[in-house]
Design a protein around this ligand. Structure first.
Ligand code: ATP
Ligand code: SF4
Ligand code: MG
Length: 319
């Protein structure tokens, strides 16, 4: 069953340099209970897409067209009051930058009190504190750490607190933006385990944003690959890893170190992602694509559905 449908969503940032076309006509359906890994290089529009689903884009970002349908509500045009009911309670986000969530001048306890005060004003302070303690313990943090300030916590603990605030009202959808990027591999594994456990226990639908293909390999049911603001390939994790169909996905996978094949060299993707103020003509990947031919320079290929629930935007696959 589909829980969220993003339809032709486009987002731009108006800057002094010009208009940044950060997300362009993205279509993405989310199935209840699945984990979808949203991957792509830095600047490909992953965070912008996540933030725009909750209409939390910072200025000068704005949605220029499209829809995001949740529960028959279009989140793009819904009243702010409706969105406020949905944020945190139904759809929640762990932000890429923990400082967007954690105020260095506030104890962890006060973050939870403020959060419950905003969303459940009838809850007493002592009940809110008990709930916060319960959450911290569920997340593997001793409850006395509620008295700490953010700087007194390790990176992994801070990330757990951010996850705790995001799941405090047991949302149905969690958008986790690079939840493990700043962490070492051991703590990363713990956080991924935690997310998998929460997904199972709370029946969460998870959008996991990351540039790390290893993280999606371990965690996601499906993968959506973004390049320069567009989705270029969507499909089951196993089938994408076995046979990437888009040249960009292929390049991304070749750039992941494979511990089983240590002798196989890791290839970096040649060239740089395009400037989204002045993107190239045609297929946005053509300046870096080893398979590009004449047509690729003229028009961007559409994202077409193939067998096996695969979607791909590449002329090599649709002719
Ligand atoms: P990363 O992996 O580095 O987090 P990302 O895939 O999340 O990257 P976004 O942060 O969504 O990418 O950025 C998409 C594009 O929008 C980039 O070109 C970026 O420079 C631009 N952008 C993002 N935020 C702003 C902003 N506040 N003002 C202007 N441009 C922005
Ligand atoms: Fe490469 Fe052309 Fe496919 Fe784009 S459409 S990925 S340039 S082959
Ligand atoms: Mg980001």
């Amino acid at each position: 069953m589909s829980i969220l449908n993003v339809d032709e969503l486009s987002v731009q940032y108006s800057t002094s340099r010009g208009t940044v076309k950060a997300v362009s006509s993205v279509d993405l359906g989310l199935q209840q209970g699945e984990t979808i890994g949203l991957v792509g290089e830095s600047g490909s529009g992953k965070s912008t897409l996540g933030l725009s689903i909750l209409r939390l884009l910072p200025p000068p970002g704005h949605i220029t067209s499209g829809r995001a349908i949740y529960n028959n509500i279009d989140l793009v045009t819904a009243d702010e009051a409706v969105l406020q009911r949905i944020r945190g309670r139904e759809i929640s986000m762990v932000f890429q930058d923990p400082s967007a969530t954690l105020n260095p001048l506030m104890r962890i306890r006060d973050h939870f009190l403020e959060f419950y005060g905003a969303h459940e004003p009838d809850l007493s302070r002592s009940d809110a504190t008990s709930k916060a303690k319960g959450l911290l313990v569920q997340l593997g943090i001793p409850s006395e750490r509620l008295e700490d300030y953010p700087h007194q916590l390790s990176g992994g603990m801070k990330q757990r607190v951010c996850i705790g605030l995001a799941i405090a009202l047991t949302p149905r959808i969690l958008i986790a933006d690079e939840p493990t990027t700043a962490l070492d591999v051991l703590v990363e594994a713990q956080i991924l385990d935690l997310l998998r456990g929460l997904k199972r226990d709370l029946n969460l639908t998870l959008i996991l944003i990351t540039h790390n293909m290893g993280v999606v390999a371990e965690t996601a049911d499906r993968i959506a690959v973004m390049y320069a603001g567009k989705l270029v390939e969507v499909g089951g994790t196993r089938s994408i890893f076995q046979k990437p169909l888009h040249p960009y996905t292929e390049a991304l996978l070749q750039s992941v170190p494979n511990l089983k094949k240590r002798k196989q060299p890791v290839k970096s993707i040649p060239g740089n992602p395009p400037d989204l103020v002045d993107p190239p003509s045609g297929c946005l990947f053509h300046p870096r694509c080893p398979y590009a031919f004449e047509k690729c320079v003229v028009k961007h290929p559409p994202l077409l559905s193939l067998d096996d629930n695969r979607q791909v935007a590449c002329y090599l696959r649709c002719e």
